[in-house]
Design a binder for this molecule. Structure first.
Ligand SMILES: [Mg+2]
Length: 400
């Protein structure tokens, strides 16, 4: 089998890649809804892939992998990897999880880090209200993740939250590095919000916190120690993370060794080599790569095994990866070792996305679990007839 074309369409706001082959099979992959600008980067790899056998996934990846980088630039490579596995699975008549070594679980756990409604403010009462709403969602999530401190409007809306000048340095780019030492008042406000959420959630629904990046090390240690009695799931991206193009594993180690609160990072990191310091240095307790940023699902599985070997847990990121992204996460997470906790359930950029993809179970999530399906490839299909009305004019030939 040979690749005859690599196409990319922005559907809603998600870039979607289609690998076209000479045997009538196609494979699809999708990246986050926040990254429509990736389309030219996806097409940049076209010439390197045409003529290659898509079922030799690793051989194809060797032709393009070194042209990727940390989030967001690794996404173009990652979504192509997922599309290659989709073709390979369809060609073999097997679900992708079989090609990755087989599933070890029939249901995969997910958590809520993305299903949101607009927050009224950043007071402890506002946080408690959101926690209550999330606790009542029909998915029955076993735990939720909330953005606080530098990963929320708290840093801008709470007066004298920190000693920096972040308002003046605000950037149009999400996650752009903003860092400052917090004031005593800022830390007290943050702790009040966390306590308010825990009061609502009790021990029935766990709480993880997306915190930064932006914490200084002393504040991160102070905060992690202060919440120790609350048994949080984890503190994510305190020091680096999100869109930070480096890791700083040694700095994370200082934090992780100072507290019993689990420390988590890794959503922006591209490739296994860049997890080396975190994992071999035991610099965090949990890694959270995104299959759509790390370089694909096989790369994510490799890092999960590597982390497991070192007693480090795995909770993959997935916020905006969309409906095809859910399928990719289910396929790979079904195969991960026992260090797997849960993946972050992606949302779709538009409600109609749920109608243009066939093959997902309905309801998708029950008691925080998704049943693993057995159809070939990723096991979901973009329905051309229902998708076409949503294609932009320049993408009209996507399914031709
Ligand atoms: Mg995060």
């Amino acid at each position: 089998m040979k690749i005859t074309d690599v196409r990319c369409a922005v559907i809603g706001s998600n870039p979607v890649v289609r690998i076209v082959t000479d045997e009538g099979l196609s494979g699809y992959g999708e990246a986050e809804q926040y990254k429509p600008y990736l389309k030219p980067f996806v097409l940049h790899y076209r010439d390197a892939l045409i003529g290659e056998d898509p079922t030799d996934v690793e051989r194809c990846m060797l032709r393009i992998r070194k042209r990727g980088s940390f989030k967001p630039w690794g996404s173009a490579v990652s979504m192509i990897e997922m599309a290659l596995w989709d073709v390979a699975g369809k060609a073999a008549g097997l679900p992708v999880y079989k090609l990755l070594g087989g599933k070890i679980r029939d249901k995969v756990r997910c958590y809520n880090g993305a299903i949101r409604r607009p927050m009224k403010g950043v007071s402890p009462e506002d946080y408690a209200a959101e926690a209550k709403w999330m606790k009542g969602l029909p998915h029955g999530f076993s735990f939720i993740k909330m953005g606080v401190a530098f990963h929320s409007q708290m840093k801008h809306e709470v007066p004298n939250f920190h000693y920096g000048e972040l308002q003046e340095r605000r950037s149009p780019f999400h996650g752009f590095a903003e860092s400052a030492l917090m004031t005593e008042r800022g830390m007290a406000h943050l702790l009040d919000c966390v306590h308010a959420m825990k009061e609502v959630l009790g021990t029935e629904v766990g709480l993880a916190l997306d915190c930064g990046p932006g914490f200084t090390v002393p504040d991160a240690i102070r905060f992690a120690r202060a919440v120790e009695p609350l048994n949080l799931m984890w503190l994510e991206d305190t020091i680096t993370g999100d869109y930070t193009p480096y890791v700083n594993a040694d700095v994370y180690r200082d934090l992780t060794m100072s507290t019993t609160t689990p420390i988590h990072t890794g959503e922006q990191i591209y490739l296994r080599q860049n997890f080396k310091g975190l994992i071999e240095g035991h610099a965090v307790n949990i890694v959270g790569p995104d299959p759509c940023d790390i370089g694909g699902i096989a790369e994510l599985k490799w890092v999960a095994e590597y982390a497991d070997l070192h007693g480090i847990l795995m909770a993959p990121h997935g916020t905006g990866n969309g409906v095809l992204g859910i399928a990719a996460l289910v396929q790979v997470c079904a195969t991960l070792p026992e260090n797997f906790i849960a993946f972050e359930l992606p949302t779709a950029s538009h409600d109609w996305w749920w109608d243009i993809v066939d093959g997902l179970p309905a309801p998708l999530v029950q008691n925080s679990l998704i049943e693993v399906w057995d159809r070939p490839g990723m096991g979901v299909e973009l329905n051309p007839e229902r998708t076409k009305p949503h294609l932009k004019e320049e993408d009209a030939g996507f399914f031709d």
